[in-house]
Write a new protein. Structure first.
Length: 346
């Protein structure tokens, strides 16, 4: 890449190996379950996460929506973090298209929901109230600065869900970053979940696509939801071929992105006008000191115009800049970013 794009890990491009595999992919019509490459991806994804079945979806947003539509009836409610991606950044698809009511709870600084809050939020069997059907967690948590949540916490929520007859869904868009951060097998992070969405196209570099996993019957309903959302692709094996490489060859290197994020945060923190707010997994948040030589918008503009470095002010939290490391951000890029930021702010 001629530019250095730190706006998100979603900007990562497919690798040369992915492009080659895509060109050679064996394909069929996936609506007939006839695409061998999609079938392989779904089987491998289900096995890797320790679930019965999987469905390839176009995006994380679609995976989460298919899950909610397959789990819940219209008029039912779900318990979900107030800063979760599903609630904040998926256009309220659950309500818009599924008639599902989000009951939001405060996300704690460690990216968890308090069990006591969950307990209190369950509606009693009362004809005035929507039926509480599901709990949704997010791992890693985007708005909490990319914090991973532990297997022990997820198990506790799963246990709570089982005791209360609730379903547990995990938005695991970056679940492999969480697994890398804790150094655990991904199965331990999702063991108690009924369903998990994860993305092939963020840190794992595939050009598009996510996977939703769960029990056979749930996946059958989720496939129906995918169809009505217009997400059933035909020769999707072209995309699944890149997804297979993402799944099998890109997970183990995510820890490198985390180390690079740490290095970048360390480098930036030595610049007096930079205030690092947090660094977790592949995320960094920082702000500029009040007396910085340029305001934030101008800073972002100059970085792009003069250095080909892309950063974006985080819309959710004004005054902050969010950076993400990924496959295409290497040590040389980090050095360039630190020196450009230093030059602009000196
Ligand atoms: N997040 C994107 C933007 O939408 C904000 C990003 O750049 O981080 N769950 C989580 C936790 C996510 O961060 C995202 C994408 C999604 C779901 C949705 O995935 P896509 O973009 O594939 O629909």
């Amino acid at each position: 890449m001629k530019y250095i794009d730190l706006r998100s890990d979603t900007v990562s491009h497919p690798t040369a190996e992915m492009r080659e595999a895509m060109a050679k992919a064996e394909v069929g019509d996936d609506v007939y379950h006839d695409d061998p490459t999609v079938n392989q991806l779904e089987a491998d994804a289900a096995a890797l996460l320790g679930k019965e079945a999987a469905v390839f979806v176009t995006s994380g947003t679609q995976g989460n929506l298919c899950a909610l539509l397959a789990h819940c009836q219209r008029g039912e409610s779900i318990l979900i973090g107030d800063t979760s991606h599903i609630f904040r950044y998926e256009q309220g698809g659950m309500a818009q298209l599924g008639g599902i009511l989000p009951h939001t709870l405060p996300v704690q600084s460690d990216a968890t929901l308090r069990l006591a809050d969950l307990e209190r939020a369950i509606n009693p069997d009362d004809e005035h109230k929507p039926v509480t059907r599901l709990v949704a967690l997010e791992n890693t948590h985007n708005m909490a600065g990319g914090l991973p949540i532990s297997a022990a916490y997820t198990d506790a929520v799963a246990d709570f869900a089982r005791r209360n007859n609730l379903i547990l869904h995990i938005d695991g868009a970056r679940i492999f970053n969480a697994a890398a951060a804790f150094g655990v097998d991904v199965q331990t992070l999702v063991a108690g979940a009924d369903s998990v969405t994860f993305c092939l196209s963020k840190g794992l570099c595939a050009p598009a696509g996510s996977v939703l996993v769960g029990e056979h019957d749930f996946i059958r309903r989720a496939r129906r939801a995918r169809k009505v959302l217009g997400g059933s692709l035909r020769q999707a094996g072209i995309l699944a071929a890149a997804g297979l490489i993402a799944l099998h060859k890109m997970r183990d290197r995510l820890i490198e992105d985390h180390r690079n994020a740490q290095l970048l945060a360390e480098g930036l923190s030595e610049i007096p006008a930079v205030d690092i707010k947090s660094q977790n997994t592949n995320f960094i948040f920082f702000s500029l000191a009040d007396d910085a030589s340029v305001p934030l918008d101008a800073f972002v503009h100059i970085l792009r115009r003069d250095y080909n470095i892309f950063m974006s002010p985080y819309t959710g939290e004004s005054g902050r800049i969010r950076l993400r490391t990924h496959y295409w951000i290497d040590r040389a890029a980090i050095a360039k970013v630190v020196s450009a930021v230093s030059a602009i702010l000196s």
